[in-house]
Design a protein around this ligand. Structure first.
Ligand code: MRU
Length: 351
């Protein structure tokens, strides 16, 4: 299992994904504000991993209150808990797993009696359990999805929906891993994923660690790859799936889905049920994060366009459900019409 995030000795340790693949460095977080900054700055990224970080950040925030005598006064602990949750959830708006994890922690807060040590321990245990649970969920997504891959297939993927984006197995790359574990020969083509290069830096790195054959392309090569029949399936992850199946994922996913449709290649989403947001009716209602223009004008401090250049830098786009062949979840494979398939899901957690 990859050491993406870990609760250790009352601290939260994260692999600094900004530095990969050149440097493997871990950051130790002692406060929830440090965790919030790391989510915002993409030390950790990927929807499920962000959810785990949120849960651990909230648990850490409550643990920080240990020596604060004010929490004994009526209402103070609740007010401080709300501040912690606000700090954590104000980081990245699109990945719904962040809010899903915060809601889970809020439920524990509400259900716990006013016994601070018990509450703190319950929140820490819940955050650690969420990490373990995510790993198992990814394995089940992988098991379900791999059934649609044949030995000899090449999978085109985008961004990083792998071990690094989750507790350590991956959603889209979990499907590849599960197929390989079944003895199927699978190759991957990874789009580099401008501007942050999660594909080049992270997907390629983690597949190389597992010795799964991977070929890197720049994003603008995907059309040619699909036209030439070099990939038999496109599999990507998701940051938020609306109630009708419209899916937000890394910018560039929508273009890939159109290309896949045009070339008759199946386009699959692999995601846990926690990424399905039944409160959001369709893709138009999914908030799309816009990031710092410097991500487009610069790469790691190196100028690639004049800094004063006007830039549009949405981090995600929305693929309409009509372009999606199937959604792999831990419970089952969803097929169109997605509105009905999602409404019928048993495992969906409501607020
Ligand atoms: O901006 P990022 O790196 O957090 O974006 C990540 C993605 O878009 C992933 O594809 C998505 O979160 C699914 S991760 C299993």
């Amino acid at each position: 299992m990859y050491p993406v995030i870990e609760w250790k000795d009352g601290k939260v340790i994260m692999l600094d994904q900004r530095l990969l693949p050149a440097v493997e460095k871990f950051i130790v977080h002692q406060s929830h504000l440090e965790v919030a900054r790391s989510i915002k700055d993409m030390v950790i990224r990927g929807a499920p991993a962000i959810g785990i970080a949120a849960a651990m950040g909230i648990a850490l925030g409550v643990a920080e209150l240990q020596d604060d005598p004010a929490i004994k006064k009526p209402g103070v602990l609740e007010a401080k808990f709300k501040e912690i949750v606000t700090a954590i959830t104000a980081t990245r708006p699109t990945a719904v797993n962040l809010f899903w994890a915060a809601t889970r922690m809020e439920k524990i807060f509400r259900e716990s009696p006013g016994d601070y040590p018990l509450l703190r321990d319950k929140l820490i245990a819940a955050a650690i359990a969420l990490d373990k649970e995510d790993y198992e969920i990814n394995r089940r997504i992988g098991h379900n999805g791999q059934a649609l891959l044949s030995s000899g297939d090449t999978v085109l993927t985008h961004c990083n929906a792998g071990a690094l984006a989750t507790a350590g197995y991956g959603t889209a790359l979990g499907v590849v891993r599960a197929a390989v574990e079944k003895g199927k020969k699978i190759k991957v083509i990874a789009g580099e994923t401008r501007p942050y290069l999660q594909g080049a830096r992270l997907t390629v790195w983690e597949l190389q660690q597992d010795r799964i054959p991977v070929t890197l392309i720049t994003d603008n090569m995907a059309g040619l790859v699909l036209k030439k029949g070099l990939a038999q399936a496109v599999i990507v992850g998701a940051d938020r799936i609306a109630a009708n199946g419209d899916t937000a994922n890394k910018i560039g996913t929508y273009s890939l889905a159109i290309l896949a449709k045009y070339h008759g290649v199946p386009f699959y989403i692999a995601a846990p049920l926690s990424t399905i947001d039944i409160e959001t009716p369709d893709g138009d209602h999914i908030p799309i994060e816009e990031r710092d223009p410097a991500e487009v004008t610069h790469f790691r401090g190196q100028m690639t366009a004049r800094p004063e250049t006007a830039v549009y830098n949405p981090a995600f786009d929305v693929t309409p459900g009509a372009l999606i062949t199937a959604i792999f979840t831990e419970e089952k494979i969803l097929t169109p019409p997605f509105g009905a398939a999602i409404a019928a899901l048993e495992g969906l957690r409501r607020k």
